[in-house]
Design a protein around this ligand. Structure first.
Ligand SMILES: Nc1ncnc2c1ncn2[C@@H]1O[C@H](COP(=O)(O)OP(=O)(O)OP(=O)(O)O)[C@@H](O)[C@H]1O
Ligand SMILES: [Mg+2]
Length: 498
C-alpha cells in the first residue's frame, strides 16, 4: 500500500497567506485522506481476510469430504509431457470398453492409433467402475481454458473420484490395471502391419509391405482341439508374462518352430498368432541379408509386441553349410563370408533383447526339421516345436464347419475311416470342400462326396505305390541274394571257400 498521508501533511508546513483558511482546508483534506486510507485499509483487510477465510473454509470442507479426486489431463503441454496424453488415451479406451454401456450419454471419438471411432463417455457424465471391491467414479470434464496442445479446443481431463480410505489401492493397483487394460484394448483394435527386409547401398532395412488383414484365426485352424488350446494358452501366457520374465530375469521373448509338410497350415498359423496377439509381423528373408552385422541391425530394430518370422529356414543353405564354405580362400568364399552364418544367426537370436514394454515372438518354419542344426533347435532359441501334420478326422471337422457350415453328416463315418489310412494335407481337404454354390447341407453332400472320391483315389494310389515299393524291395533282395550266390560260387571255383 502507498502511504499518502505525509504528502497531505507536507502541504500544512509550506506556509502561505490566509492561514486559517488553509488550516481548515488542511483539516478537511486530512479527514478526506484518512477516509481514503481507511477505505483502502478496510478493502485490504477484507480482501486478505476473505482469501484467508475462503482458504480455511475450503480446507475445512475438504478435510470433511470423504472423497479424493484425481485429474488426468489430455494436454501434453500441461506439465507431464507426452505421458499425459498416453495416460488420457489409455483411460479413454479403457472406459469406452468397460463403462460405456452404463453412461446415459455417449460420443463417438477417434483415439489416436486406433483408427475406428469408439464410443466414449460424454462430457459431464459420471460412470462407475469397480475393482477388487472398491468403487470409483469417472467423468470427462471440459475446462474453460484453451488447450495448449490443441489450439482452439478446450482443455479436457478425466476426473477420477474415490473414497479417501481406498487411496492406496486406487493409486497403485487400480490405475495400473486401467493403463494396462486400456493399452491392451487399443493394441487389440489397431491395424496390424506386415514388414519385410530389403537392402540397398546404404544398408539393410525393414520396409512396410502392407496392412496385415489375414483372416486366419485359431477357430478356423484345422487342428486337434487339445493341441490348439495348448498353443493358445502358451501364447497368452507369453504375451501377458511381463512379471514372469522379470522375475526369472530373462528377456521377454519366445521361439516357435513350426514343422511339417507343405500345405499343413504353418503360414496360416503364423497369421492366426498375429491376430490373436495383435502383433505386427516382421518377415525376415534371410537370403537377402548381407552380413551378420546387418542381421543384428535388423533384429535390434524389431519393436516389441511383434513376431519375427523366418520361413523355410532350412532353405537358407548358408546357415547350415557356412563353416565349411568360409574355409575356402577364393572370391566365391569371400562373397559367402559376407552372408549370414549360423553362428551369426544364433548370436542375433540370443542377443534379441526385450525390455518391459512387451515381448518379441520368433517363429521359424521348415518342411524338414531334421535338416536343422541342433544348436538352432535347442530351448532358448526354439522353445516350442509344433508339428503341423496331415489332416486327421478332428481337423477335418473344423474344415467342414468352416467351409460347409456342417457339424454332422452321414458321410462323416466313411471319411473318418479313410483319414485313418490316408495322409492328406488340410490344404488338399480344404480344396475339396470349397462349395461352389454356397454353404449348407445340399452343397455339403456334393463336397463330401468329392472329398471321398479324392481320398479313395489316394487310397488306390497308395496301394499301388505300396505294391511297387514291395516289388522293388523284393527285387533288390533277390538281386543281392543272387550276387551273394555268384560270389560264393566263384570262391568255391577258386578253392577259397571254407
Ligand atoms: N491346418 C489348417 N487349417 C486351416 N486351413 C489350412 C490348414 N492347413 C492348410 N490350410 C489351407 O491351405 C492353404 C495353405 O496352407 P499354408 O500356406 O498355411 O501351408 P504351409 O504349411 O505354410 O505350407 P508351405 O510349407 O508350403 O509353406 C491355406 O491357405 C489354408 O487355407
Ligand atoms: Mg508356408
Amino acid at each position: 500500500m502507498v502511504n499518502i498521508l505525509p504528502l497531505f501533511m507536507g502541504h500544512q508546513y509550506q506556509g502561505s497567506p490566509g492561514e486559517e483558511v488553509m488550516t481548515q482546508m488542511g483539516l478537511g483534506m486530512a479527514i478526506a485522506a484518512s477516509m481514503v486510507v481507511l477505505t483502502m485499509f478496510q478493502q485490504f483487510l477484507l480482501n486478505h481476510l476473505h482469501g484467508y477465510l475462503e482458504r480455511h473454509i475450503r480446507n475445512l470442507f475438504k478435510s470433511m469430504d470423504p472423497n479424493v479426486q484425481i485429474r488426468f489431463t489430455e494436454d501434453s503441454m500441461d506439465g507431464g509431457g507426452p505421458r499425459n496424453y498416453e495416460a488420457y488415451a489409455a483411460i479413454e479406451t479403457y472406459l469406452s470398453a468397460k463403462c460405456s454401456a452404463q453412461a446415459p450419454s455417449l460420443k463417438a471419438n477417434s483415439v489416436k492409433d486406433i483408427g475406428n471411432p469408439v464410443l466414449c463417455v460424454d462430457v459431464g457424465e459420471w460412470v462407475s467402475d469397480a475393482f477388487n471391491g472398491v468403487k470409483v467414479w469417472w467423468s470427462l470434464v471440459e475446462t474453460g481454458e484453451k488447450s495448449k496442445s490443441y489450439g482452439s479446443r478446450k482443455t479436457r481431463y478425466y476426473a477420477l473420484k474415490f473414497q479417501k480410505r481406498y487411496r492406496e489401492i486406487v493409486v497403485g493397483e487400480y490405475l495400473r490395471h486401467v493403463m494396462e487394460e486400456g493399452k491392451a484394448v487399443a493394441a487389440r483394435n489397431r491395424q496390424l502391419k506386415l514388414y519385410s527386409n530389403y537392402s540397398d547401398d546404404d544398408g539393410d532395412y525393414w520396409d512396410y509391405i502392407m496392412d496385415f488383414d489375414h483372416p486366419a484365426k485359431f477357430e478356423t485352424l484345422a487342428m486337434e482341439k487339445e493341441r490348439k488350446q495348448d498353443i493358445i494358452d502358451d501364447l497368452i501366457r507369453f504375451s501377458t508374462g511381463r512379471e514372469y520374465y522379470r522375475r526369472i530375469g530373462k528377456p521377454w521373448k519366445r521361439g516357435y518352430l513350426l514343422h511339417g509338410p507343405p500345405g499343413t497350415g504353418k503360414s496360416t498359423m503364423i497369421a492366426a498368432m498375429a491376430n490373436l496377439l495383435s502383433y505386427d509381423i516382421y518377415d525376415l528373408e534371410l537370403t537377402a541379408v548381407r552380413s551378420n552385422a546387418a542381421l543384428k541391425g535388423l533384429m535390434n530394430r524389431i519393436p516389441c509386441n511383434s513376431i519375427l518370422v523366418i520361413e523355410d529356414i532350412d532353405c537358407s543353405s548358408e546357415i547350415t553349410n557356412q563353416r565349411e564354405k568360409t574355409n575356402q580362400g577364393d572370391e566365391g568364399a569371400r562373397k559367402t563370408r559376407e552372408k549370414v552364418t549360423l553362428s551369426g544367426l544364433l548370436n542375433c537370436i540370443d542377443g534379441l533383447f526385450s525390455g518391459n514394454d512387451g515381448g518379441r515372438l520368433m517363429v521359424f518354419t521348415t518342411n524338414f526339421k531334421f535338416l536343422l542344426d541342433k544348436a538352432l533347435l535347442r530351448a532358448g532359441r526354439m522353445d516350442k516345436h509344433i508339428e503341423m501334420s496331415y489332416c486327421g478326422f478332428e481337423a477335418f471337422r473344423v474344415l467342414a464347419r468352416i467351409y460347409l457350415g456342417i457339424e454332422e453328416h452321414a458321410l462323416f463315418g466313411r471319411i473318418e475311416e479313410l483319414l485313418k489310412e490316408i495322409s492328406i494335407t488340410p490344404s488338399d481337404v480344404a480344396e475339396s470342400l470349397i462349395a461352389r454354390g454356397g454353404i449348407g447341407e445340399d452343397h455339403g453332400d456334393d463336397c463330401l462326396n468329392k472329398l471321398i472320391q479324392v481320398l479313395e483315389k489316394q487310397q488306390r494310389e497308395d496301394e499301388v505305390n505300396k505294391l511297387r515299393i514291395q516289388a522293388f524291395l523284393e527285387k533288390q533282395q533277390t538281386e543281392e541274394e543272387e550276387e551273394e550266390e555268384d560270389v560264393e560260387a566263384e570262391e568255391v571255383e577258386n578253392g577259397e571257400f571254407k
